[in-house]
Design a protein around this ligand. Sequence first.
Ligand SMILES: Cc1cc2nc3c(=O)[nH]c(=O)nc-3n(C[C@H](O)[C@H](O)[C@H](O)COP(=O)(O)OP(=O)(O)OC[C@H]3O[C@@H](n4cnc5c(N)ncnc54)[C@H](O)[C@@H]3O)c2cc1C
Length: 413
Amino acid sequence: VTERVEALVIGGGPAGLMAAEALIGAGIPVLLAERMPTVGRKLLMAGKSGLNLTKAEPADAFRAAFAGHGDSLAAPLAAFGPEEVQAWAKGLGQDLFTGSTGRVFPVAMKASPLLRAWLARLTDGGLDGGLDGGPDGGLVIRTRWRWTGFEDESWGGVDNGEGHRIHKFETPDGPRRLGARVTVLAFGGASWSRLGSDGAWAAHLPGTAPFAPSNCGVTLEWSDRMADHMGAPVKAIALQAGDAVSRGEIVIARTGLEGGGLYPLIPALRQGAALRLDLFPDLTAEALSARLARRRRGESLVNRLRRSLGLEGTRRALAMEFGRPLPDDPGPLLKALPVPLTGLAPLDAAISTAGGLRFDRLDADLMLRDRPGVFAAGEMLDWDAPTGGYLLTASLATGRHAGRAAARRLSGG
Ligand SMILES: Cc1cc2nc3c(=O)[nH]c(=O)nc-3n(C[C@H](O)[C@H](O)[C@H](O)COP(=O)(O)OP(=O)(O)OC[C@H]3O[C@@H](n4cnc5c(N)ncnc54)[C@H](O)[C@@H]3O)c2cc1C
């Protein structure tokens, strides 16, 4: 016997929980299935770095961060953009602050108070609709339920005649089937798989663009001379790849380079652009050359770099590593040191994933064109953005968009 529900959400990350909130807000009880023992694990991990919820900036600039996919996200973000995210978080009792770059964080600098308050509201029916919690209303969560595909694996297959799509799950009690009149899929991307999102769903959803690491480090092979600098942060530099320039911090890692300064460059690097390092972003090459020209008799180049430019420590090590042998006038080179990358960090180590379910498989409601009644939201969709609060905002916005559309479908609207 196949169990039936009206509304099913699969995946208990920000997108899935927000889809559930939208459905519950429309008076529809929701069953949420999550493969891990608890929901929101990646959200909690994002909290370890302070939980950058969104970015306070004009709508156009915000949308432009979604490299080429801003149009597909326009409607969800117009309805639930940076301002709405902030109001929502405040509604969950979170005091917020905005950093100098516009990034918005909870004062608590972590996700657990927000997630706790959110789950309490969803399961106790503390929403405006005043629904009762428990099986009769609000949200019911089933953990350790792993979705393993549609009952009818052939794409575009018909449902069972009563308007219920049948989903297959692996559960602690063995395989189970579950029918739902509307479903929101919110499986997440394909990085940090130990937190739950492993991308395995893609095998069951044709039209998924290949996953690629985003907001990640880069790999390269260091010489032994860099051994003393492992773990060292490098500040006050600029990085450049293609047309993209970044002035954030990087960190020397055994496997290559890490740090937020690289993230804005990843799309260009993925396209094969060369990475260059500018050790003196506030000085021109001419100014550097002029300073270096004032040499003392017999002075070594290394001393000259230290005396005239203050180049020491890890920054100097990088100049030698990437510039050796330095020319007599290394001014221009110090502004464009070629970094010999071997690749991007592995997918599983990336903060987010590019690729995913393509928008041309979805209608304006984020419903799968070939499976009416099944919607998709969050990082599993084929958009990409730098860190800065864009990822969470778009996950929440698409979750809400899909959840509201699913509710409309159920009510025949
Ligand atoms: C270290 C780190 C720091 C981050 N910091 C930030 C930040 O500060 N700001 C920001 O905006 N973003 C940040 N992000 C990114 C952000 O956390 C994600 O983009 C966001 O969580 C995506 O939401 P989602 O709901 O789409 O997917 P997820 O949060 O990944 O949730 C998907 C859920 O689906 C479940 N699931 C997957 N497959 C199945 C299945 N087959 N059956 C049942 N359940 C399944 C998973 O277990 C998971 O719980 C960070 C990410 C990482 C890794």
